[in-house]
Design a protein around this ligand. Structure first.
Ligand code: ZN
Length: 47
């Protein structure tokens, strides 16, 4: 399981289609809304 960096939910990276690349890492999200929040301010969530 991966962790949604926006809301903290566990996300199954094999099932979700919501993902984004940032600084060479792949991040997974529970929803398009969380992905949109991440893409607006990736530096805030990517740690
Ligand atoms: Zn989420």
């Amino acid at each position: 399981m991966a962790k949604d960096p926006v809301c903290g939910m566990n996300v199954d990276e094999k099932k979700t289609t919501q993902k984004a690349q940032h600084q060479g890492k792949t991040f997974y999200f529970c929803s398009a809304g969380c992905k949109a929040s991440f893409e607006k301010e990736p530096a805030r969530y990517a740690k």
